[in-house]
Design a protein around this ligand. Structure first.
Ligand SMILES: [Mg+2]
Length: 156
């Protein structure tokens, strides 16, 4: 559980963090070591889910040394499937992180949505449906490891 207050919004109590894989956690098909270690640290406080259509068939290998649950979705109506997953695990206790057009609906539904630009860029829909935007996955994970920063940015 990760709990913190955002002035003007109220108490946030997160149990889940849902990430997109390609373009969000994986850059050029690789996950940086420091991203892996931050995810492992975050897994001490949150259930971490990685949603992917795994179009390159590399997901299992990529995440073999990270504590998280891999959730594969078929590459049809990905945006709706990602959103449905957020609804299933509870949107009020879930933060979502993604970059693509197919992440827009999960970013919108999650209690907090973070759009990541990284090297592939972020889709306009992802940005418009997110609560905040960061340059890269490293910054996104630092926000989750120091949630007071999220509260500072989102306070009204
Ligand atoms: Mg992506």
């Amino acid at each position: 559980m990760l709990s913190f207050n955002i002035s003007g919004i109220g108490k946030i109590e997160l149990e889940n963090a849902v990430f997109d894989l390609n373009g969000t956690i994986a850059v050029n098909g690789k996950i940086a070591d420091k991203v892996k270690s931050k995810l492992n640290k975050l897994s001490e406080n949150l259930n971490i889910y990685l949603l992917t259509a795994d179009i390159y068939g590399t997901a299992e290998k990529l995440i073999s040394d990270i504590t998280l649950e891999l959730v594969k979705i078929s590459p049809v109506n990905e945006a709706q499937k990602k959103r449905d997953f957020i609804l299933k695990i509870g949107k009020e206790k879930t933060i979502a992180i993604g970059n693509g057009a197919n992440d827009a609906l999960m970013l919108k539904e999650a209690k907090i949505g973070i759009a990541v630009i990284e090297k592939e860029g972020a889709s306009q829909n992802a940005i418009l449906n997110a609560d905040l935007m960061v340059r890269n996955i490293d910054d996104a994970l630092d926000l989750l490891l120091n949630p007071i920063r999220i509260a500072s940015t989102l306070r009204q």
